[in-house]
Design a protein around this ligand. Structure first.
Ligand SMILES: [Zn+2]
Length: 334
C-alpha cells in the first residue's frame, strides 16, 4: 500500500490551514538581516566593483500632509521562483504571480509583522490558488491545475484573506471577484469591505514570452483625514497608473522609483524598505504534524504496509520520506 495522491494532497491542503494560530508561529527572526560581521567588508568590496542586480523589495512611504500611505513592491524574483516551483504556465502563472503580489500588499498595508494568506477559489471549488506571505519577507504560492484557455476569467471566483492578529486570532474576509474585474479590483473590494481601507491599487506581472519580465504593484491608501482637494489630485494622478504594467516595465518594478513616480511633486517620506523573496516553510517536523491530522487508523494502515512513505510538499515539491518506525512514533505520541 502507498499513500494515495488524493490523501497526500488532502494532508497538505490541511497543512495550509493547520499552522494558523500555533504559538510561536511569528517568532522566526528576519533572516534577511542576519549578516555575519566578517562578511560585510567583502560584500562592500563586491558592491564597489560590480553593479548590484535589482532584487525584490517592499517600500512603504507616506505623504508629508498625512493624507496617503503608499506601498510599492517588486516581486519579480519571488513570483519567478513560485511559478517554477509550481511548474505553472499560461493564465494560471499570471494569476499566481498577481495573487502573491496581492498577499504581500495586504501584509505590508495591514500587518507587516504578521502572516497573510490569500486564497482564490473557483465557484465549483475545484481550482484554487494560495499565496502565503510571512513577516520575514518570504512568500510561497500554490496552484491547482487550471482548466484555462486564452479567454480565462476569474469572474465569480472568491478571494479569501486570512491574516493573523497580535492576539493569535485570525482575521478572515471573503469577497467575490467583481464581474469583469481582475485581481486588483477584487483586492480593492476586499480592503474596502473587510478592512474598511479605502485604496487605489494595481498588481501585475509582465511577460516576455514564457519568462517573467517583471512583477509587482502598488497601493495608495487614503487615510481618514484626507480632504477633497488632495483626493482629487491623487485620483487624477493615478488615472495613468490604473494598470501598473507600463510603470513596472519602465522601472523594472523598482519600488523607490515607483514611489517617486506615483507621488511626483508631492512631499513624502520613505518609511521602510524591506527585502522580499520566495521561501517555503516545509520541514520534516511539519510533515509529521500534517500526518498527525490523519485518522489514527489510516496511519496504522500505512505502518502495517511496512513501506516507507513519500510525501511531497505542495508548495515547493520537496519530497520527504518517512519510515514505518518514524510513523510509529506518531501513534505513540497521540
Ligand atoms: Zn515546501
Amino acid at each position: 500500500m502507498r499513500v494515495t495522491a488524493a490523501r497526500r494532497v488532502q494532508g497538505f491542503a490541511r497543512f495550509v490551514d493547520v499552522d494558523w494560530g500555533r504559538p510561536g508561529l511569528h517568532d522566526a527572526p528576519s533572516l534577511g538581516r542576519l549578516v555575519p560581521q566578517t562578511t560585510i567588508d567583502a560584500r562592500l568590496m563586491t558592491e564597489m566593483t560590480e553593479p548590484t542586480p535589482p532584487h525584490d523589495n517592499a517600500l512603504r512611504a507616506m505623504t508629508d500632509d498625512g493624507a496617503f500611505r503608499v506601498v510599492t513592491l517588486r516581486t519579480t524574483d519571488t513570483v519567478t521562483r513560485a511559478i517554477a516551483a509550481q511548474e505553472a504556465a499560461g493564465p494560471g502563472a499570471s494569476l499566481l504571480a498577481e495573487l502573491i503580489t496581492s498577499a504581500i500588499l495586504v501584509r505590508e498595508t495591514m500587518a507587516p509583522t504578521h502572516r497573510v494568506q490569500v486564497l482564490l477559489t473557483s465557484p465549483d471549488r475545484k481550482q484554487r490558488l494560495v499565496a502565503d506571505a510571512y513577516p520575514d519577507g518570504g512568500t510561497r504560492g500554490l496552484i491547482t491545475r487550471l482548466a484555462g484557455n486564452d479567454r480565462f476569467s476569474i469572474d465569480g471566483w472568491t478571494m479569501e484573506v486570512l491574516r493573523s492578529l497580535h492576539n493569535g486570532d485570525v482575521h478572515r474576509g471573503v469577497v467575490a471577484v467583481p464581474t469583469g474585474g481582475g485581481m486588483s479590483e477584487a483586492l480593492m473590494v476586499y480592503l474596502q469591505s473587510s478592512e474598511q481601507v479605502a485604496s487605489m491599487l494595481s498588481v501585475a506581472c509582465v511577460w516576455s514570452g514564457a519568462l517573467v519580465r517583471c512583477s509587482g504593484g502598488y497601493l495608495v491608501q487614503l487615510l481618514p483625514e484626507v480632504g477633497r482637494a488632495p483626493l482629487a489630485i491623487m485620483a487624477e494622478r493615478l488615472r495613468d497608473f490604473q494598470k501598473v504594467d507600463a510603470l513596472l516595465e519602465q522601472l523594472d518594478a523598482a519600488p523607490g522609483p515607483m514611489v517617486d513616480e506615483l507621488l511626483y511633486g508631492m512631499p513624502f517620506t520613505r518609511l521602510e524598505e524591506r527585502p522580499l523573496s520566495w521561501k517555503c516553510r516545509c520541514s520534516a517536523v511539519r510533515v509529521m504534524s500534517s500526518l498527525a491530522t490523519l485518522p489514527r487508523a489510516d496511519v496504522q494502515e500505512i505502518i502495517d504496509a511496512g513501506q516507507p512513505v513519500e510525501l511531497t510538499c505542495d508548495f515547493c515539491r520537496q519530497v520527504y520520506t518517512l519510515s514505518p518506525t518514524q510513523l510509529g512514533g506518531l501513534l505513540d505520541q497521540s
